[in-house]
Design a protein around this ligand. Structure first.
Ligand SMILES: Nc1nc2c(ncn2[C@@H]2O[C@H](COP(=O)(O)OP(=O)(O)OP(=O)(O)O)[C@@H](O)[C@H]2O)c(=O)[nH]1
Ligand SMILES: [Mg+2]
Length: 310
């Protein structure tokens, strides 16, 4: 008898949801950066555990949304949770502890605030989640217990795991538990499939990751990548043309860099990774475009399953 089901991974921005999804799947299905709000739409990854197929839904971080894209991202995260057989609420333990120190950074305080609003949301929806305290590699073990206890006391969690998505510590136990929670039924994806993102979207995500990795300080959250053309060629290679959208003319030179060096770095690293993922030669062409209102372009939403009118 096989099992198959959906697990939504929810949490505040930067908690490590995409890192955990990739770790559970054992392949890169979702992009990871040190920047908050990296994941913009639900990304599915398929993990196998014996006869059980666990379909992970990596979701955008949940936070107090202001702009259109923010609202659509947060709404999609909650929808992911609603449709799942199990919910993992991933919490950045390092941020929780740092926020308790005097003079804590605002980013850590914000993370704690977002965690509280997720707990309120779970309560309001009558949902129970598995608590996974992440980044235990970077905190003192004894201090973890106080965080775990205070979160557990909220009553929205069925159980708690201490993990490190980066090192893999504790992840096998979590995976085994998730597998046991999946309902009986046929597998929903072929056994060897790990992701279901269309190639042109995957290609755009990879380039966005490299862009953020390279210019995250200078480009606060204001860019999008779109694959404009994706052509398979007779020689087996693929030609990909992409537009990088920024919001202001002043951001163009940031992405280009001196003598175009930054854009070249982004293109080179994206191409190398795409060649690995697609298992063929890739010709990648990047163009930087300024569009103050790229966030209001409807097609950027529909393509990835976000609700433009959220
Ligand atoms: N030390 C440590 N860092 C981690 C761990 N898991 C993730 N990170 C780091 O935390 C940062 C955010 O990771 P992501 O996986 O992109 O986080 P996310 O929750 O998907 O973030 P959003 O998509 O922006 O909501 C990255 O720099 C990761 O390398 C962990 O277990 N330990
Ligand atoms: Mg993410």
């Amino acid at each position: 008898m096989t099992r198959a089901g959906f697990v939504a991974v929810i949490g505040a921005p930067n908690a490590g949801k995409s890192t955990l999804t990739n770790r559970l799947v054992g392949a890169k299905v979702s992009i990871v950066t040190q920047k908050v709000q990296t994941t913009r739409f639900p990304v599915r990854g398929v993990a196998m555990a014996g006869d059980t197929q666990i379909i992970l839904v990596d979701t955008p971080g949940i936070f107090a949304p202001r702009r259109r894209l923010d609202r659509a991202m947060v709404q999609s995260a909650w929808t992911g949770a609603q449709d799942a057989d199990a919910i993992v609420h991933l919490v950045d333990a390092a941020a929780e502890l740092a926020a308790r120190e005097p003079g804590a950074k605002s980013a850590d305080k914000r993370a704690v605030h977002d965690v509280q609003s997720i707990i309120e949301g779970l309560k309001a929806n009558g949902q129970t989640a598995i608590l996974a305290l992440n980044k235990v590699d970077s905190v003192k073990r004894e201090r973890l217990l106080e965080v775990a206890q205070s979160l557990f006391d909220t009553g929205v969690y069925s159980e708690a795991f201490m993990i490190s998505a980066s090192t893999g510590s504790g992840v096998d136990d979590l995976k085994a538990r998730l597998a046991a929670l999946m309902p009986e039924g046929p597998w929903l994806y072929p056994e060897d499939q790990t992701a279901d993102l269309p190639a042109r979207l995957l290609a755009a995500e990879i380039t966005r990751e490299k862009l953020y990795l390279r210019v995250h300080e200078e480009l606060p959250y204001a860019a999008a990548v779109e694959t404009a053309a994706f052509q398979e060629r007779k020689d087996g290679s693929v030609r990909i043309e992409q537009n990088i959208y920024v919001e202001r003319e002043s951001q163009r030179p940031i992405v280009l860099g001196k003598n175009g060096q930054t854009l070249k770095w982004i293109g080179q690293h994206a191409r190398e990774e795409l060649e690995q993922l697609l298992e063929r030669k890739v010709h990648l062409f990047l163009h930087v475009k300024v569009d103050e209102r790229w966030q209001d372009r409807r097609e950027l939403y529909g393509d990835v399953g976000l609700d433009f009118d959220a």
